[in-house]
Write a protein that binds this ligand. Structure first.
Ligand code: BTN
Length: 265
């Protein structure tokens, strides 16, 4: 375990208690790297995979990222100590070809854990987390040498967002009265990711049905970017593999990967 004590912690910021987290999370015991600042936790995980030192259950956690990345080449920015910013390394039993299924499993895991805090979080396909119509978090999964790097950014203690995103973003601090226990929250999320991650093969039908219960794009007319083209249509649901089914002008499309998905009012 590597703990880089942060000297620049703001007065209100509480350091993450790795020991407490590891006690609650056997899957990650002895495999947590916690630093105050890093370019991107996904990139740290990637380095370990490329060096051949990766083990399933390794967790890279940071208080702050200088080059946090989101899907579609977007940045992921979160104030120091105000989020959960982590990357979990998984070596799935199932072929990594199922990684799109894993992305739904991870989103659902987070929805369910936050449901335990009585929060009605929705999953915007493929894996953005929405609360009250605003973005609470996101998932960036990367597939490297048979490992899946599951990168999660969740707004926890962000009291105020910069003006340009304030109308579209939300944090747990905006809706939960008490301060959220980050160790317990992360532990519950990681355990749920392992649980749902084990279902992406033969039991994916169950996950798919559960995702449909918290499906943010249900029956919406949407516009999205698919391989550089703009596509518009009505969302019908999810295909057997967890791809997005959209009724477009030219017929039914099964969308594997899309960015900038906008709901058209
Ligand atoms: C998105 O909404 O586009 C996904 C955001 C994912 C951000 C997380 S933060 C931890 C991990 N490290 C990164 O650089 N990105 C992911």
């Amino acid at each position: 375990m590597k703990v880089d004590k942060c000297r620049e912690l703001s007065e209100n910021m509480v350091m993450f208690d790795v020991e407490h987290f590891e006690e609650m999370t056997p899957q990650c015991r002895g495999k947590v790297s916690y630093v105050s600042e890093v370019e991107s936790t996904n990139d740290e995980a990637k380095k370990l995979v490329r060096e051949g030192k990766a083990v399933s259950g390794m967790l890279f956690l940071a208080d702050y990222q200088t080059q946090g990345r989101g899907r579609g080449g977007n940045q992921w920015v979160c104030p120091r100590g105000a989020g959960l910013l982590f990357s979990l390394l998984l070596e799935p039993d199932e072929a990594a070809a199922f990684w799109n299924r894993m992305s739904l499993a991870v989103g659902l895991a987070i929805v369910d854990v936050l449901g335990g805090l009585e929060l009605d979080v929705k999953l915007k396909w493929p894996n953005d987390l929405y609360l009250g119509g605003k973005k609470l978090g996101g998932v960036l999964i990367e597939n490297v040498n048979g490992f899946l790097i599951v990168g999660v950014g969740l707004n926890v203690d962000v009291e105020e967002f910069p003006e340009e995103v304030a109308a579209r973003a939300i944090s747990l601090a905006n809706v939960c009265g008490d301060r959220v226990n980050r160790e317990k929250l992360l532990s519950d999320i990681v355990k749920m990711i392992f649980k749902y991650g084990s279902l992406i093969g033969d039991h994916f039908g169950y996950l798919r049905e559960r995702v449909m219960e918290c499906f943010y794009l249900k029956e919406q007319r949407v516009e999205m970017k698919v391989n550089g083209d703009i596509l518009e249509g009505d969302v019908l649901g999810l295909s057997e593999n967890g791809y997005l089914l959209v009724a477009c002008e030219d017929g039914l499309e099964e969308i594997c990967n899309a960015t900038e998905i906008k709901i058209l009012k």
